[in-house]
Write a protein that binds this ligand. Structure first.
Ligand code: MLT
Length: 263
């Protein structure tokens, strides 16, 4: 299993497929494993590079707060470690926040952006208070209560029970310390409107039609900021269309890879 050592800290990543480098960043509170269909069957023409954010999965916790910028710096250090100058940078939900923070840090490293069930907005005051309450909850009670509250909001009513229970196991296995730190990190993220309106490369925005956490309206706001963006709404899927409709996601990603080859 490959690890990169970032300033004496283990940062786990998985790789699958061959072709254009495609850094794919997971959501909250998961690990790289949440992309199991994509790792098993990567999009044609892409080399998927899928890390575990600090403290999640098999990566060690990092120093200081888990801001989206800190998570983006970890991912940039991984690209350096792999000697990859430019990659497609994609993220699911919290991974999307990290992908946008990475684009703000170093836009030249981003060949194309893929934003899956995420949003450009920062949290409002009530949202920040909910993040702090969630952080305190996992610190005091572990991953059980958060998983129980979040899980029903992640899937559409027709999601396969075995997919739901696999994800539930993955959530329960995450470290409360990393989860609390990432919750606080998301609370401090800034609005990404400026990044998206400046980004000149290709962008694919994907959203599950039935996503109740980051619904299609929020995806449309992002698409409107980027005239060249392609917006794909996936039917019969909630917040995690890559698990409910992996073939539809695969087709969108392959179309992006083809578009890059032609440009
Ligand atoms: C995620 O799936 O990463 C989270 O729902 C993102 C968030 O809470 O804003």
């Amino acid at each position: 299993m490959p690890f990169a050592t970032l300033v004496q800290r283990k940062y786990f990543f998985q790789e699958a497929g061959e072709g254009v480098p495609f850094l794919l960043l997971h959501g909250f509170p998961f690990s790289s494993e949440c992309f199991w269909p994509q790792l098993a069957s990567p999009p044609a023409g892409a080399r998927l590079i899928v890390p575990d954010h600090r403290g999640f999965g098999q990566s060690e916790m990092g120093p200081g707060p888990s801001t989206m910028e800190a998570l983006a710096d970890d991912a940039l250090a991984l690209l350096d470690h792999l000697r990859i100058e430019q990659a497609i940078v994609g993220g699911l939900s919290m991974g999307g926040y990290v992908a946008m923070a990475l684009t703000r840090r170093d836009p030249g490293r981003v060949k194309a952006l893929v934003l899956i069930d995420t949003q450009s907005f920062a949290d409002d005051e009530a949202g920040r208070a909910r993040r702090e309450a969630a952080a305190l909850d996992v610190e005091r009670h572990g991953m059980g209560p958060l998983t129980k509250t979040m899980l029903p909001k992640l899937f559409s009513p027709t999601a396969a029970p075995e997919v739901v229970s696999r994800l539930e196991g993955l959530m329960l296995a995450q470290a409360p310390q990393a989860t609390a730190a990432a919750s606080r990190g998301m609370a401090t993220r800034s609005d990404a409107k400026d990044i998206l309106s400046r980004f000149a490369g290709p962008c694919l925005i994907v959203v599950g039609e039935l996503d109740v956490l980051t619904p299609p309206d929020k995806a449309k706001v992002m698409a409107e900021l980027m005239p060249g963006a392609r917006l794909v709404v996936i039917p019969n899927a909630g917040h995690l269309p890559h698990l409910e409709q992996p073939e539809a996601i695969r087709a969108s990603l392959e179309a992006l890879v083809q578009r890059l080859k032609q440009s």
